[in-house]
Design a protein around this ligand. Structure first.
Ligand code: FES
Length: 149
């Protein structure tokens, strides 16, 4: 269990920034940590629980509900929206390209529910960047830029 002396606690506390130190900030803080770290690790969830003074189970429950917060270990998650509008716009081919590009790279290709970009389908999300009307070429290029951090 993380405590107030751990590096991840200090990092999460800094990411809380101007937000109130209250359980209502759980989702915004999860977003900030995900954007900063590219994922939500178990240690980060424990630190968030300490920072917001909520049970770890609550943090895990919220984080596990949203695909974008899924912990993929040391890999960088690449989310391809496969919801209806993106499916109609070629999401399956985009996902296959992503999976092919991810071979031997520290990348985990995941399906995602709607990314809120239906009018720009197909959409993808890589390291906090949303790709609108994503093409196979730009997803391949983005994956090839991924390095271990
Ligand atoms: S269905 Fe893909 S962004 Fe909405």
């Amino acid at each position: 269990m993380e405590n107030e002396n751990s590096a991840i606690y200090q990092e999460v506390q800094a990411l809380l920034g101007d937000l109130p130190q209250h359980r209502t900030q759980l989702l915004p803080l999860l977003w900030r940590v995900a954007e900063h770290q590219g994922r939500i690790s178990r240690q980060a969830m424990e630190a968030i629980a300490v920072v917001l003074n909520v049970p770890v189970a609550d943090v895990f429950g919220v984080a596990s509900f949203y695909t974008l917060f899924e912990d993929v270990g040391e890999n960088v998650p690449v989310y391809i929206c496969t919801d209806v509008m993106c499916a109609l716009a070629g999401a399956e081919q985009l996902k296959e390209t992503a999976e092919h590009s991810a071979v031997n790279r520290p990348v985990a290709v995941k399906e995602s529910a709607c990314l809120g970009q239906c009018d720009h389908a197909p959409a993808a999300w890589i390291k906090g960047k949303v790709f609108k009307r994503a093409t196979a070429e730009e997803i391949e290029a983005a994956i090839k830029e991924v390095r271990h951090e």
